[in-house]
Ligand binder design. Sequence first.
Ligand code: SF4
Ligand code: SF4
Length: 252
Amino acid sequence: MGRRLTFEIFRYNPSESGTPPRIQAFDLEETPGMNIFVALTRIRERQDPSLKFDFVCRTALCGSCGMVINGRPRLACKTFTRDLPCRITLFPLPVFKLLGDLSVDTGAWFRRLSLRTGAWLHTSRAFEFRVPEERMDNATTFRIYEAERCIECGCCIAACAKVHIQPDFIGAAGINRLARFMLDPRDERGEARFFEVLGTENGIFGCLGLMGCEDNCPKDLPLQLQLAYVRRMMARAGLAGNGSRGDGPGRG
Ligand code: SF4
Ligand code: SF4
């Protein structure tokens, strides 16, 4: 017999006017290797088919199953019940638009972020498919790869006190996203253009530096490193009248 677990789950359907938000409790027997995704699927299959939550890959790669588990933003598929007490509380990630119960719309938020940051390679060079790929030094490639590992789960945004009090604050995911392009020697945007997005109170200068983002990133991204890099670059751009170009591969 496994432990008897009690899940206290936030329930609310914004499209059903007149039904206030509530907490609903479900009891479930723990089975070996159970994670929160498995538990929720079991509850939905056996107790309440109306329970809403998101998942796609179940292997911590798609970023869909972020939720607040016992007070901390985590991925449901990567959080095992064996690491939690018998009473488990589940809430949707704050900040993002609530679709119902534990399901939120992170996609719209990250799409806005992509447009706001111009999250694509800005180059005047035409694409030429016959030309072999250019080589990049290993150190730069590694730093870009580290930034690219973000799965857009939203846990760092939900954990960021600054986003809660200043909704236009770009958040660690946004700063990390632009760091990826600042590091890329193929991106022709200069510091002045990065400064337009990041050199403000809604950008890097609004960051409180308490690292709730890094503490709650399920992919262990080096957010502290990225934030420090961007802060250094943008401070330099600000002091230089924010007009100078970056200093090449592995800048900073
Ligand atoms: S360090 Fe900055 S980005 Fe990270 S949680 Fe704190 S305010 Fe947000
Ligand atoms: S930086 Fe980490 S916590 Fe933030 S969205 Fe990316 S993977 Fe999720």
